[in-house]
Design a protein around this ligand. Sequence first.
Ligand code: B12
Ligand code: SF4
Length: 497
Amino acid sequence: MAGRVPLSLLHLHGYLKGEDFRIRIVDERTAPDIPAFINSLGNDVLCFGISSFTGIQIANGLKIAALLKAKFPRTPVIWGGWHPSSLPEQTLKHPLVDIVVRGPGEETFRELLHALSGGKPLSEVKGISYKLNGELFHNPDRELTGVLEKLRLSYDAIDVEKYIFKQPWGDRSIGIIMSLGCPFKCGFCAVASVYKCRTFYRDLDLVLEEIDYLVDKHRINAIIFDDDNFFVSSRRVREFCEKLINKPYKIAWDAGAHVGLLLKHYDDAALKLIKDSGCRQLYIGAESGSDEVLELIDKKATVAQTLEYVKKMKAIGIRSFLSTMACLPGTSSEDIYMTMEMLLKCRDIDPDLRFRLFYYTPYPATPLYAKALETGMKEPKGLEEWSQHTLRKFKAPWIKSSHRKQIRYFYFYYFPYSTGIKHEAFEIGLLNNILKKLFRLVFENILLVKLAKWRTRNSNYKFQADAFFVIQGQRLKSFYNHAVRKQAADLFSDYED
Ligand code: B12
Ligand code: SF4
């Protein structure tokens, strides 16, 4: 499985259907040989486009841009997506970048293609930054418009089969979106920088047609909605659920919500409808077990609401998923313990609940970014340095190694061992059977389970030799999976020092 469908590119391709341009999507995750592909291209290419988040995608984008520039030095290389949109000036300074498309790209890219083919000067294309004779120019922003509404995505431009993945409730799952943007502006999140706290919807019937197509053509049986905040409009969600229930097929789905908004606008009847239409999991950004931290990140939600949400989901029969984060600048180790306590309380309400506990990673164009810089984060100086800015590699100066250790212990030992369920962390990296049994006997035995239960019941995290021992086991497993089984880096390596 390659990862999520490249929605950015399907949007651009879909929007440009009917225009007089031939567009090819090449996904570095699925293309077998990009250098060979580049070599096969003739001299009639108008431009190249590269899409990138902040992080590792930049490194791969730069490698590809270098190959393109080597063969086609005069063909413009256009960068779009979250990283170039967040830092257009710095991005544009890189020699492998000629033009940056800022924010939603559909109309900007269309006009840009016309401009490049001689229609009008670059200075007239809103929403781009570009280089001319070594000078940098930033055109005015493009207004946000409703291009999304009637957009049909070009699934025929990619090999959809490569993006189908397994979920517990469907072995042929795919990610799609119904809307983009969100009314909130949480401190760590970049969404408001582009969508200005507005939400843009796709036409419901077109989305349902898209689902029909994916079910008919690709036997999709589960959908993950990648919307920023799927539940913003309760009227649309109700309509969607009613229409889905009336389909001749059954499809499972999951989506993300803001907890305050969900509790306010969805009563039990609405939640039941959501459940009946196939919703299996509903995830929220619970973020922290400390109301003070929630205020610091402007979450507009409380710890009590998180507990209430888990209770409601349990009663209705939808699985809760909590995304949490720790180690924000200016917070203390006490906050980590409060988040641990909150997760354990939620687990007491619903033992089947799932969660992730991330270290906070600052992103440009987010409200908390300035605080991160003030607190000692060294700003990456260019694209190469930004490509190392990932959950795994970024080491915030304010995160002590004792904090990292505590999170590791909780995530890989205290929580899963005391729950007795298969935590996400243990669903990865399979050793073969004998090794697995041996591993379980040494590192997952009943004594450790009892100790984990005792510690979490009594909130006693002193003298953590047992945790240290369990983590060595995880380290061993992770090492074995990389070195012997040649697997890609696993979840455990995200939490290594
Ligand atoms: C779905 C999603 C995921 C999915 C799938 C990601 C994927 N690889 O496709 C998962 C869950 C895996 C994920 C993971 C992460 N995500 Co995420 N994710 C999203 C989400 C909600 C939707 C992405 C999407 O499909 N958008 C829809 C498309 C149509 O919009 P778009 O990508 O912006 O593309 C448009 C424009 O940018 C532009 N454009 C884009 N590329 C190009 C290229 C050219 C040439 C042109 C002209 C234009 C152009 O035109 C497009 C059409 O309008 C976004 C928020 C958002 N609203 O986009 C966050 C978001 C992108 N994620 C974010 C983050 C931080 C992460 C993680 C690092 C989180 C973590 N702690 O692990 C990881 C790392 C992912 C990685 N390195 O690949 C941040 C990124 C910030 C940044 N500066 O990069 C965002 C913005 C959310 C946030 N909270 O701020 N994510
Ligand atoms: S609710 Fe989610 S999408 Fe909306 S601003 Fe907060 S983190 Fe971002």
